[in-house]
Write a protein that binds this ligand. Structure first.
Ligand SMILES: Nc1ncnc2c1ncn2[C@@H]1O[C@H](COP(=O)(O)OP(=O)(O)O)[C@@H](O)[C@H]1O
Ligand SMILES: [Mg+2]
Length: 246
């Protein structure tokens, strides 16, 4: 059974069915890509998993337990952390303070100096140690994405939800991000659910890819299977694949 399991989840906003009977399994230790055109329901799925939204129907389980009665602020204690499509950092706080927010989320009975060390080590991991004392406000978008990533990692999650982490990054940074996501899985044993439009990145790093369109699952399979699925090509990929998966 998956570490994360969404079963027959439905969520509508007025006349829009944002998630229409979506079932999605994420096995422990895997990187799962979640792709689809704009408005397909990808971010909504993250918001349902993190309980910002409550589904109208269906079940969401993490490690075999339902999350539906868990308030959003407790999700991180279960071992789920996320980043946001549009970057949500605390602007007036320093880079380190932002990451300390994540570090404190998993710091029960841990002395403050240890929490701080963990936050600093996480900054080191994402290459931001030198900016620790800088206020977040005014930093470039790509740097803020790293701050968010560090904040998520500092909470020591088992499952990391990344919402378009490559958005706004240049080619080299995207390559680096791909290697970084793999390291998180291989070295930190993290499970990753990755929403991304950057197809070469998704197809390269994912073990499994789930495709949504208008709130419905239209395909689910290995990167190779999904890339040659006619429904996926028609709905989404078209000529967008910039590099075939190895
Ligand atoms: N809070 C909300 N209120 C109303 N409609 C929403 C809300 N959140 C998402 N939606 C709608 O749900 C659909 C899916 O959106 P979203 O999950 O953001 O798509 P994606 O992340 O795949 O681009 C869209 O039609 C969007 O407008
Ligand atoms: Mg989105």
């Amino acid at each position: 059974m998956g570490l994360l399991s969404m079963r027959e989840v439905r969520l509508r906003f007025g006349g829009i069915v944002a998630l229409d009977n979506v079932s999605l399994e994420v096995d422990e230790g895997r990187i799962v890509g979640l792709i689809g055109p704009n408005g397909a329901g990808k971010t909504t799925a993250f918001n349902v998993i993190t309980r910002l939204y409550r589904p109208d129907e269906g079940e969401v389980e993490f490690d075999g337990k339902s999350l539906l009665r868990t308030p959003p602020y407790r999700i991180v204690k279960h071992g789920i952390a996320r980043t946001f499509q549009n970057v949500e950092v605390f602007p007036t706080m320093t880079v380190l303070e932002n990451v300390l927010v994540g570090a404190h989320a998993s710091s029960r009975f841990e002395p403050e100096h240890r929490v701080r060390t963990r936050a600093e080590e996480t900054l080191e991991l994402v290459g931001l140690r030198a900016l620790a004392e800088r206020p977040a406000v005014g930093l470039p978008f790509g740097t803020l994405k790293r701050v968010e990533l560090a904040r998520a990692l500092a909470s020591q999650p088992r499952l990391l939800l990344l919402d378009e982490p490559a958005g706004g990054l240049n080619h080299e940074e995207v390559e680096e991000l791909g290697g970084f996501i793999r390291r998180l899985r291989d070295e930190l044993k993290l499970t990753v659910l990755l929403v991304e439009h950057h197809m070469s990145l998704v197809m390269k790093v994912s073990d499994w890819v789930h495709v949504l369109n208008f709130g419905r699952t239209i395909a689910s399979g290995t990167p190779a299977e999904v890339q040659r699925d006619p429904t996926v090509i028609e709905a989404y990929l078209g000529g967008e694949i910039d590099a075939p998966a190895a």
